[in-house]
Design a binder for this molecule. Structure first.
Ligand code: GAR
Length: 192
C-alpha cells in the first residue's frame, strides 16, 4: 500500500543489548525496496553490545544509554527518538524492561522478538527451560510490547522442531535463523 501511494519508509529505532544479529537482519531488510521501515537509530543499554558495530558498518546513528536510573535513561531515549523523528521501535535482544509510561507513549508502535512460542516460556533462559522440559517443539514470536513482560498481542510466530540430540545452544541457533525470517515478515504484515 505504502509503495503504491509512494509514502516514505517509517523511521525506526532498533534497541539491542548484545550480538545484534536481528539488528543486522533488520538493517538489511530495511535497505530493500519492499521494506516499510528504515533503520535510523540504534539504541543500546551497554557499550559492550557487539551489535553496535553495525552502526559504523551501515552508517546508522547509535546511542548508548546508561540504565542505572531508568527514568533518566528513558527521558534521554525519548529525546533522541523525537530528534530523529522515530515513529517505530523494534526491540531485538534488548534486555531492559521499559516502563509503563514509556510504552504508553509509543503504544502500538513497539515490537519485540522473543525466542519461544509465547505465551509459553516468557522471560529469560528460554532454551534451557524448553530442553529441560523435553518439549518437542519451540519457536519464536514477534509481538507488540505491552506493559506486561512478553505478553502483548502476538503478530506472528514460527515453529521449530526439537530433536533428541538438541541442546540449548543448538536450539538457540535454529531459532535465531527463524527469527531472521520472522521479524521482517511481521513488520510487513502490520506496516504494509
Ligand atoms: C534473540 O534470540 C532474541 O529473540 C532474544 O535475544 C536474542 C538476541 O539475539 N530476545 C530475548 O530473549 C528477549 N526477551 P541477537 O542479539 O543476535 O539479535
Amino acid at each position: 500500500m505504502k509503495k503504491l501511494i509512494g509514502l516514505k519508509k517509517t523511521k525506526t529505532a532498533v534497541f539491542i543489548s548484545g550480538t545484534g544479529s536481528n539488528l543486522k537482519n533488520l538493517i538489511k531488510f530495511s535497505n530493500t525496496k519492499k521494506s516499510p521501515i528504515s533503520v535510523n537509530l540504534i539504541i543500546s543499554n551497554t557499550k559492550k553490545a557487539k551489535g553496535l558495530r553495525y552502526s559504523n558498518k551501515y552508517n546508522i546513528k547509535k546511542k548508548i544509554i546508561n540504565f542505572n536510573n531508568n527514568m533518566i535513561a528513558e527521558k534521554k531515549i525519548l529525546d533522541f527518538l523525537i530528534k530523529k523523528k522515530i515513529m517505530f521501535i523494534c526491540l531485538a535482544g534488548f534486555m531492559k524492561i521499559l516502563s509503563k509510561n514509556f510504552i504508553k507513549k509509543f503504544k502500538g508502535k513497539i515490537l519485540n522478538i522473543h525466542p519461544s512460542l509465547l505465551p509459553k516460556y516468557k522471560g529469560l533462559n528460554v532454551h534451557k527451560r524448553v530442553i529441560k522440559n523435553k518439549e518437542k517443539i519451540s519457536g519464536c514470536t514477534v509481538h507488540y510490547v505491552s506493559t506486561q513482560l512478553d505478553s502483548g498481542k502476538i503478530i506472528m510466530q514460527k515453529k521449530v522442531k526439537i530433536f533428541k540430540n538438541d541442546t540449548a545452544i543448538s536450539l538457540a541457533k535454529k531459532i535465531l535463523k527463524k527469527e531472521h525470517e520472522l521479524y521482517p515478515a511481521a513488520i510487513r504484515k502490520i506496516l504494509n
